[in-house]
Design a protein around this ligand. Structure first.
Ligand SMILES: Cc1ncc(COP(=O)(O)O)c(C=O)c1O
Length: 349
């Protein structure tokens, strides 16, 4: 792999005590181009602007997919990647749906390892730090015909992050706009899914809600996701999360929490959840917790849910399943507790 190192590292000038999520980038990036029916050799370059003609297809038709994953440094200064196989699989699942050629495993895995080795100093070992990793692929042919591109670019960039308190999470159940219809691309991390969610989210923000709860496109009766997180309800002593479908993104955090919960003896149900079921549970006093899961936040409690005129305030539990599972997940990610699942893999620096 060809590596061109930067002559001007930003490490010393970066304020690691102030890292607004997704705004600070490490020194290098991995770039790989697809042309004439094949992925070429990947290279590592200094992080920086990329050549992009105005006719690049992605700018017109949004043929683009991405991933979000994290690396952590343990106390022995080793970098631990969390469930990289799952992110690789999901990237290719998304690529397939968007008619983008799949990435070879060796390009993804070797590229990731080499990039993390070069930028290992950007992943801090102190508590709360991680390195957010953003692999993405986009249509790069210079052509404005509405068709799948002939050329693509695969890039991995990384961004140091620090755990932050996300603040109060007040969400509203959305009954008009839809994140993902049946038969659509909701199960893929397609750029357009996010573009389409910004307007409804802004409308909710203007009414004082941090996020929306998306409901099914057909009837707006079933709960799907919360913003860009999978959503969970604790009703009595059972954890319930919507079953995966083509309109729900199969979160890797969601999958990890399913496993951890079961191994903690907590009953988990993955099935359709009616809005009315949540309201009934709240009215009966059995709705004990609502939370979202995702790579950026791991587990994020939801404080209130509003449905039409009803605002449901979820009292925080003393014996919180969500908190316990969050601590276990974060411990495994950071290497501070034993990982019986082989979810973490070391990058040897
Ligand atoms: C729409 C959506 N749902 C759920 C998730 C959570 O997925 P993961 O746990 O793999 O980060 C994400 C974030 O990646 C997302 O964008």
């Amino acid at each position: 792999m060809k590596v061109t190192k930067t002559s001007r590292s930003k490490l010393d000038s970066t304020d690691f005590s102030n890292l607004p999520f997704g705004t600070v980038f490490s020194d290098h990036m991995l770039v790989c181009n697809y042309k004439d029916g094949k992925w070429n050799e990947a290279k590592i370059l200094p992080y920086g602007p990329i050549p992009m003609p105005p006719g690049a297809q992605v700018l017109h038709y949004g043929q683009s997919v991405f991933e979000g994953m994290k690396a952590f440094k343990n106390n022995s200064n080793e970098i631990l990647l969390f469930r990289k196989e799952e992110n690789f699989k999901r990237l290719n699942q998304s690529a397939e749906r968007l008619s983008i050629p799949v990435i070879e495993k060796s390009i993804f895995m070797n590229g990731l390892d080499n990039l993390l080795k070069i930028d290992s100093e950007w992943c801090k070992a102190d508590q709360g730090y991680s390195l957010y990793i953003r692999p993405f692929i986009f249509a790069s042919s210079e052509c404005v015909k509405a068709s799948a591109s002939e050329e693509y670019t695969f890039i991995i960039i990384t961004s140091p992050t620090i755990n932050y308190y996300a603040g109060e999470m007040n969400v509203v159940i959305e009954e008009n706009y839809t994140r993902a219809p049946q038969g659509g691309v909701g199960y893929a991390k397609a750029a357009g899914n996010y573009a389409a969610s910004f307007y409804p989210t802004k409308q909710a923000n203007s009414k004082g809600f941090q996020q929306l709860i998306w409901t099914d496109a057909k009837e707006h009766k079933y709960i799907e996701e919360s913003g860009t997180m999978n959503v969970w309800f604790r009703i009595g002593n059972i954890l319930i999360t919507p079953a995966l479908s083509d309109s729900i993104l199969g979160g890797i955090t969601r999958d990890s929490i399913v496993t951890l919960a079961k191994d903690n003896g907590i009953k988990v149900e993955q099935r359709r959840i009616l809005i009315t079921e949540v309201i009934e549970a709240f009215n009966k006093g059995t709705l004990k917790k609502v939370f979202g899961t995702g790579t950026a936040v791991t587990v994020n409690p939801i404080n209130t849910i509003t449905f039409r005129d009803q605002r449901m305030v979820i009292e925080q539990q003393a014996d919180s399943f969500a908190l316990k599972l969050k601590e276990q997940l974060q411990g495994i990610q950071k290497g501070s507790i034993f990982d019986p699942y082989n979810w973490t893999s070391k990058v040897t620096v």
